[in-house]
Structures are given as C-alpha cells and as structure tokens.
Design a binder for this molecule. Structure first.
Ligand code: MTE
Length: 295
C-alpha cells in the first residue's frame, strides 16, 4: 500500500510539472511520508491527471475542469487555521506548524461523490483527531464546523455561484474523532494541488465528497448541528450525514452504482458499497439511527 503509493508517486512525479503553477510552494512539493495501517489495500489508484482535472471546487467555477484552470490564483502561503467556539481558548495554527504536528501518512481511500462518480486517491495527512486534541474542545462541543477560504480576489468563481459562502461543512464530534477522518495536506506524496483543496482539507472516506471541505481557514466547535453549504442549498438532496449509502437514492438519481473515473470502459460502472466500503470501521457510529431519515 504505502510502497504502492510511493512508486505511484515516483511514476507521477514528472506529470506534476504541468499541474503546479509558478506561485505554488514548489520547493516543498515533495512530502516526507510514512506508511499507514489505515490505508485501503488492493485498489487501483486513479491517475494524478484525473484527480487534478476532474474536480468540484465551486470557488473556481462549476465546470469539472475549472479548478485546474483557475486555482493558480489561490495563495497557500502564508496560511493560518483559526480555532474558535467551544474551546478552552482560541488558537491560530500556522499551516507549516500544522503539517509538522504529526508524521504525514500515506492513506489510500475510496472517494465517492454524491454525483455518483468515484476515484481511489492516495491522500497524505494524519487523523483529524490528532489536531482536535490540540484544540482542547470543551465537553459541551458536540459538532465541529469547517469553513473554507472566502476571498474573491483569489477565488474568481466565488461570487459567480449563488451559494452561501464561505463553504461550510460539519461533522458530529465522534465522526470527527474517528481515526479514518483525515486532515489532509497532500496526495500522491506531494503537497495538495490547489484545485484539490490546498493547503489543507478534510477527507471523510465513508461520506459523500461534499462533506470534505477544501482550503480550510477556520475550525469551529459548536453544540448544535452547524449549517452546511449543500444542505442550505437543497436539504432534501444533501443531508447533514451524507454517508455513502446505495440504499438511499438521491431524489434525482440512483446511488446504487457509481462511474469509476478513468477506468476502462468495461470496468466503468461498479456497485456502490455501504459506507463506501468502510462499514466495518464506522457502522457503529450510527447504530440505532434510521439512515433513510438521517441521510
Ligand atoms: N470544498 C469547497 N471549499 N468548495 C467546494 O466546492 N466541493 C466538494 C468538496 N469540498 C467543494 C469542497 C465536493 S462536491 C466534492 S465531490 C469534493 O470537494 C471534490 O474534491 P476533489 O475535487 O478533490 O475530488
């Protein structure tokens, strides 16, 4: 797994040349990583080209190719993440300190978008719980909210799309503390390309992709379910939980199968797995809950 990611990274290295823009942190592009027991084994990785050119990042436009075209204007240094809300005291983390907080792990995860396409992505990061422990949340904190950068001068698409900016997402505290939930700084052994949410995003592998906020600038601990961007937009289509679930269809399409991005034509459709294949690890978080009601 980690070896696979490393050799894949080597193979991909030359392809990065056209992905990086001049104003990115190219000098530190390669990350020092360690293997992870939490990486998913036996999967075929999606190519770096597809991971970086088929994106949802509406701050840079709504077309799948817009983030790759437009995200060069995002400035990822200096960058801080503010922590506020129900914590012992407010804190501000510098991105470079944040990246050194714990060893960066190679974690291959399935990635399933609510739009019924999927990828397999070799992320780099550490469990979000490690960061949350540094934030000293109060016992009254029941949820954590993630807020993305809202800066029209760097994000040309942000005022052209009518969403309630900044992009906001949230998790229940036990979901956020689950070891699979990844604070993510890179992919394919390199720093995150801007279009994938540089310099820091969250990845929650058993939930639809929109739960993973990109380019995070604020983390807020709260006692009530926070408002979230896509739920505000259409609450009947995008629930707060949004666990990958082949038995609960989106009102406008089936969630039973998914289109595998980049796969050969005869392997392009595959069945969607409950909790995206991570049920053994996470199903207990939802025991007793009606997942049709809490979609
Ligand atoms: N985060 C922000 N800030 N803005 C966005 O538009 N899109 C979400 C999520 N995080 C989004 C975001 C959606 S819908 C998906 S599927 C994933 O990012 C896509 O991540 P990827 O482009 O790296 O595959």
């Amino acid at each position: 797994m980690a070896a696979g990611a490393a050799s894949a990274a080597a193979l991909a290295a030359d392809r990065f040349a056209h992905v990086f823009r001049p104003d990115e942190v190219r000098a530190e592009a390669k990350l020092t990583t360690v293997p992870s027991k939490l990486s998913t084994q036996g999967l075929t990785l999606t190519s770096l080209e597809d991971i970086t050119h088929y994106n949802n990042f509406y701050e840079f436009g709504t077309d799948k190719g817009d983030p790759a075209r437009n995200a060069g204007s995002l400035k990822t240094r200096p960058w801080t993440v503010q922590v506020e809300g129900l914590v012992k005291s407010k804190k501000t983390f510098d991105i470079d300190a944040l990246m050194k907080l714990r060893p960066l792990e190679d974690r291959i995860y399935r990635f399933r978008c609510v739009e019924a396409w999927s990828m397999v992505i070799p992320w780099v990061g550490y469990s979000l719980s490690e960061f949350i422990n540094q934030c000293d949340p109060l016992p009254s904190a029941k949820y954590v909210q993630f807020l993305s950068l809202d800066n029209p001068s760097q994000e040309p698409g942000i005022r052209t799309v009518s969403l309630d900016w900044p992009y906001s997402e949230g998790l229940r505290m036990d979901e956020a503390m689950h070891p699979l939930t990844l604070l993510t700084f890179g992919l394919y052994g390199q720093v995150l390309p801007n279009q994938d949410g540089a310099p820091v995003r969250v990845v929650v592998p058993w939930k639809y992709g929109f739960k993973s906020a990109k380019s995070i600038v604020k983390v807020k601990f709260v006692d009530k379910e926070p408002h979230t961007t896509w739920n505000d937009m259409a609450s009947n289509e995008y629930g707060f939980y949004s666990n990958v679930n082949p038995n609960v269809d989106h009102p406008r399409w089936s969630q039973k199968t998914e289109r595998v991005i980049g796969a050969p034509i005869w392997k392009q459709r595959q069945p969607t797995l409950m909790f995206n294949g991570y049920g053994e690890q996470v199903a207990s978080l939802y025991s007793g809950m009606d997942l049709k009601k809490y979609y």
